[in-house]
Design a binder for this molecule. Structure first.
Ligand code: HEC
Ligand code: HEC
Length: 505
């Protein structure tokens, strides 16, 4: 287990905003420091308050209040003076609204021709999660959500690329890997996503019930001809941006050690590592980011977002026309924001590095209620029901070069970053890399209780179909069927306790 630097822990006591009684005495601070190096998953501690768990991001947890719309927008604690300056510059790039070329503002051009949004912040609103369009569609926008597209491989070359993990999917030949529902002037948007919901009642053992909404998706207004008939689609909302540098800092072998692809321990839960191509390492790496773990790093996810979501090139993904395909010649030929030198992408390296640093350093908020009796009661249920088998509470981060504030401390993300079969109810039927059409990567649960205050909604799961935490649980199937069924057997008080725990995260 990595050594930790406890030198900045006493700074907790100086914090203006730190509301937790627990960290206020010297003795408690020492306890918290000791727990960071404690063994993970200590069975005896389940149901008890574990010192340190009120800081989900370890020492990088922000000391700012979580009861504020900016709860996800603070920088990692301990980031340092220079880090703070870089974070602020990165924030400006994250919020930047890009424009099409040619434009007088050379530093911001290159958008499109096809795109889903003008800037990162348009989807990751307030650094939080996106949402499906509201019921009054089409009046409400579908900005913070999009449809990924792909087809089955049809040539040996395509099969080879997939086999070697050099690509995760074969893009739809005309529309590419993603449906862009906006285009710059003079170009046609590819089409629009339409969602309809059907009510599905779910009974509890105590005789009460709730109604889930089951979505179905349709693509309308196709502007470039028909989609290939066997096209596969996957709806995705933008996930929250907190704690990503810490998730990236969990050593690959630690995550792999939790995989149990053949369910050797017979608990009904397998968990597989996603394997994807790293553009930077030019080799296969563990996939950790995205709803199916489709990218290995914050940098690659960001570069692919620039290309796919906004049509902007970076050194990592040097495609100035984004997701335009050969079948969209007008799109490929449109002016772009590259300067004449091929080594000069629309988003320069310096800007890109600042953006990545920012994305790695959005801090996880603290848990002021972690030691409340109801929350601790819910924590017991969380473990009893088997939620913790996938939403693994705690890890210790490894070393992050140049970022000691992210390195070597205990964090509480509540994910194993592995792929699980979640059953037919959640299936998109669209494989991505090693993930099947029914598999999803366990999302981290830290900060989930602050979603409402940050985003003004509580839409969860990959497509935002769940309208609250309870609905999210009730959608679990496949490997999580037993946990979900056990939830429906709980009394109202027990359910409330479990929900109080999840919302305290
Ligand atoms: C059009 C909406 C949209 C825009 C614009 C957008 N994103 Fe995203 N972002 C998403 C969606 C949707 C996902 C999930 C992708 C998936 O599952 O494959 C995502 C995932 C991510 C993730 C991985 C998070 C995780 O928990 O796995 C990071 C990091 C990220 N985006 C960063 C960025 C950055 C940086 C930008 C700007 C360069 C950006 N995004 C622009 C919608 C967007
Ligand atoms: C077999 C692994 C597994 C088990 C067991 C499991 N989950 Fe999950 N959980 C997942 C996966 C994978 C997703 C994402 C599914 C999706 O988006 O379609 C998820 C999503 C969630 C979400 C929504 C998160 C978000 O960001 O949208 C919540 C809340 C949640 N789980 C809570 C629980 C609780 C509470 C339990 C126990 C009753 C539980 N889970 C059991 C794997 C699991």
């Amino acid at each position: 287990m990595a050594k930790i630097d406890t030198s900045d822990i006493p700074s907790l006591r100086r914090s203006r905003f730190w509301p937790f009684g627990i960290a206020l005495t010297g003795a408690a601070v020492v306890l918290a420091a000791a727990s960071l190096a404690a063994p993970v998953d200590d069975k005896a501690s389940i149901g008890k308050f574990e010192p340190g768990e009120e800081f989900p991001g370890g020492t990088a947890t922000t000391r700012q209040s979580r009861d504020h719309v900016n709860a996800f927008s603070h920088f990692s604690n301990g980031i340092g003076f220079e880090g703070e300056a870089r974070f602020k510059l990165g924030n400006a790039i994250f919020r930047k609204e890009w424009v099409s070329s040619p434009a007088s503002t050379k530093a911001s051009d290159g958008l499109g021709p096809l795109y889903n949004a003008r800037g990162c912040q348009s989807c990751h609103l307030k650094d939080g999660r996106g949402h499906p369009p509201a019921a009054n569609w089409p009046d409400d926008d579908a900005i913070s959500m999009f449809l990924r597209l792909s087809v089955s491989p049809s040539t040996d070359q395509e099969r080879q690329l997939l086999k070697e993990r050099r690509v995760n999917v074969i893009a739809e030949p005309t529309y590419g890997g993603q449906l862009q529902d906006i285009a710059i002037k003079g170009h046609a948007a590819e089409g629009h996503m339409k969602i309809t919901y059907e009510d599905v009642p779910v009974p509890f053992a105590d005789g009460t019930s709730v109604t889930l909404r089951k979505p179905s998706y349709e693509i309308t207004d196709l502007a470039y001809g028909p989609l290939q008939p066997d096209v596969m689609t996957s709806p995705r909302i933008a996930p929250p941006m907190i704690g990503l540098g810490l998730l990236e800092a969990i050593p690959e072998e630690v995550i792999r050690a939790n995989a149990d692809p053949d369910d050797a321990n017979g608990d009904g839960i397998s968990g597989r590592a996603q394997e994807v191509w790293s553009l930077r390492d030019r080799d296969v790496r563990l996939g950790r980011f995205g709803w199916k773990g489709g990218t290995p790093s914050v940098a690659q996810q960001s570069a692919e977002a620039f290309a796919g979501d906004m049509g902007l090139s970076t050194s990592l993904v040097p495609k100035s026309s984004g997701d335009c395909t050969a079948a969209q010649a007008v799109c490929l030929d449109a002016p772009n924001g590259n300067s004449p030198k091929p080594s000069d992408p629309e988003v320069g390296d310096q800007l890109f590095d600042l953006l990545v640093f920012y994305s790695q350093n959005l801090a996880v908020p603290g848990r002021p209620n972690a030691s409340e009796p109801l929350v601790l009661e819910g924590k017991v249920k969380f473990h009893e029901l088997g939620c913790a088998a996938c939403h693994i509470p705690s890890f210790t981060t490894g070393e992050v070069s140049g970022q000691p504030h992210l390195s070597g401390h205990r964090i509480w993300p509540y994910t194993d970053l592995l792929l699980h079969d979640m059953g037919e109810g959640l299936a998109d039927g669209r494989p991505e890399g090693l993930a099947s059409g029914q598999e999803w990567r366990t999302p981290p649960l830290w900060g989930i209780g602050a979603t409402e205050v940050v985003s003004g909604h509580t839409n969860f799961l990959h497509d935002g179909r769940a309208r609250n935490v309870e609905e999210a649980i009730l959608w679990h199937g496949g490997e999580a069927q037993a946990a979900r069924d056990a939830y429906t057997q709980l009394s109202k008080d027990q359910r409330d306790a479990l929900l109080a725990f999840v919302n305290s995260l």
